[in-house]
Design a protein around this ligand. Structure first.
Ligand SMILES: Cc1cc2nc3c(=O)[nH]c(=O)nc-3n(C[C@H](O)[C@H](O)[C@H](O)COP(=O)(O)OP(=O)(O)OC[C@H]3O[C@@H](n4cnc5c(N)ncnc54)[C@H](O)[C@@H]3O)c2cc1C
Length: 434
């Protein structure tokens, strides 16, 4: 099947065959395209519906990390205190828009209740398991001859760089329990850190090296997986916007701006927009949009092969071919894609401070995207209790690129009646039913 990705001069007519499918997948981000690929390989007829182009949402300009090493969930001990400090600083990496929206207040209450050490440890173990399995999926996809993909998969680990000794001391407690749970972390003094990334300022205090992490170029990955799914037979319908959803116990109907689609099963993989879409089915999921920004520049020749996290500023720096990408900030402000220049400037300032040699690199692109964040920062993977024909694949927050491929595998198995390779109970949508 071709990949229907043209609007010009008039939208191309969609084939009638695409309108009745075994499975209709909503959303052309990393989760949606991986789900479509793995379902198609299992012999299902698949239609993927995307309102813009592939990777139009959060899956394009993110930091590209697959990071099992320190996949610590956002809610944790001390997070509320730190968040309150940040909220008073307009240049900080966190912003929560004041609101009385009931869904947001409920979400914040659930988030606050998840802020304890035991839940953080459990969350880390679950994230780590998903991300390690997903790294395996990336390696398998990169090695496939039939799809001949090249999305810059690089496994060089990742560095955490601290500007202050206080930051280094504060991370120690976390590193201890990460190691207890199977993670590995190598403490580095300033010189050892700068040996691994010489562009870091001599003012840097020190850091940590994680060896199990990898990175990719996220946009090309999503496009190539979508193309691969289309080559294997999926109908990928871009520029097709979902306007309404209905479900019975054995089927789902999707109304779009380009007509009606029906599936024996439906997968909600629309990132932050899974919240309003699930609302249309009368079962809204607690997913909030957590906006982040990235700034891409021409990669200075001296920058090394591995990403660096500028720990205090919460800015991730990733080498991607000829590009160097700085990504960060988290704004809880609803489904709002406006760019706040102040946050972008804060990312650039942190970059200039910690990597002074990159400060003058030619600017290529400023981008923003909405992370789909659940209050316990765990993804939602499974069938909706009220709608057995509807599966949810989303809510990955900061980990969607890491965990997109394994999420696609797990959902494809579930939809095909196979036992999923990992226990899905902790990720069930039913945990939010109460
Ligand atoms: C700055 C930043 C840095 C990040 N860095 C990393 C990282 O290093 N590693 C990592 O693991 N994660 C990272 N993330 C998180 C990651 O990008 C997301 O978790 C992931 O992209 C979510 O993928 P998704 O497929 O669920 O959603 P999306 O990529 O947002 O895809 C959803 C799609 O649904 C479509 N859609 C929405 N509504 C409709 C509708 N009504 N009809 C049809 N289509 C619709 C949208 O157009 C969109 O294309 C980062 C995010 C940000 C913002």
């Amino acid at each position: 099947m071709p990949l229907y990705d043209t609007r010009s001069p008039l939208p191309e007519a969609l084939p009638e065959a695409a309108r009745e499918a075994d499975v209709v997948v909503l959303g052309g981000g990393v989760v949606g395209v991986c789900t479509a690929l793995y379902l198609t390989e299992r012999g299902a007829s698949v239609t993927l519906i995307e309102r813009a182009g592939l990777a139009a949402g959060a899956s394009y300009g993110n930091a590209g990390w697959i990071f099992p090493s320190h996949a610590v969930p956002l809610p944790g001990p001390g997070v509320t205190r730190q968040a309150l400090r940040w909220l008073l600083d307009p240049d900080s990496p966190l912003y929560i828009q004041p609101t009385l929206r009931p869904a947001m207040l409920r979400w914040l209450w659930r988030f606050w209740r998840a802020c304890d050490l035991e839940q953080a440890k459990r969350g880390f173990a679950l994230h780590r398991e998903l991300s390690l399995a997903s790294r395996g999926c990336y390696e398998a996809l990169a090695a496939r001859d039939d799809l001949s993909m090249d999305f810059g998969y690089t496994r060089e680990g990742l560095l955490l760089a601290f500007e202050s000794g206080e930051g280094l001391r504060e991370i120690e407690g976390e590193l201890t329990w990460l190691e207890e749970l199977g993670g590995e972390a190598k403490r580095l003094g300033r010189d050892a850190l700068r040996e691994l990334e010489p562009m870091l300022t001599p003012e840097i205090a020190g850091g940590v090296a994680f060896s199990s992490d990898a990175h990719v170029e996220p946009g090309p990955f999503v496009h190539q997986v979508g193309q691969g799914a289309a080559e294997l037979g999926a109908s990928i319908c871009c520029h097709t916007e979902v306007l309404g959803l209905r479900a019975t116990p054995t089927a789902a109907t999707v109304e779009t701006n380009r007509g009606v689609f029906r599936g024996k099963q439906l997968v909600l993989a629309a990132g932050a927009w899974n919240a309003p879409l699930s609302g249309q089915l009368g079962a809204p999921l607690p997913i909030e949009a957590a906006k982040g920004y990235s700034v891409s520049v021409e990669r200075p020749a001296a920058f090394g092969p591995r990403p660096v996290m500028l720990a205090e500023a919460r800015v991730g720096v990733t080498p991607m071919g000829d590009t160097l990408r700085f990504a960060g900030t988290l704004e809880l402000a609803g489904l709002d894609l406006r760019v706040n220049p102040r946050r972008v400037a804060a990312i650039r300032r942190a970059a200039a401070r910690c990597l002074p040699g990159a400060a003058d690199a030619a600017h290529l692109e400023t981008w923003r995207g909405l992370r789909p964040l659940t209050p316990d920062d765990l993804p939602i993977l499974g069938r909706m209790s009220r709608h057995p024909a509807v599966l949810v694949a989303g809510g990955h927050g900061m980990h969607g690129l890491s965990q997109g491929p394994i999420s696609g595998q797990l959902i494809a198995a579930l939809a095909s009646g196979e036992p999923p390779a990992l226990d899905l109970a902790p990720f069930s949508p039913a945990r939010f039913d109460a």
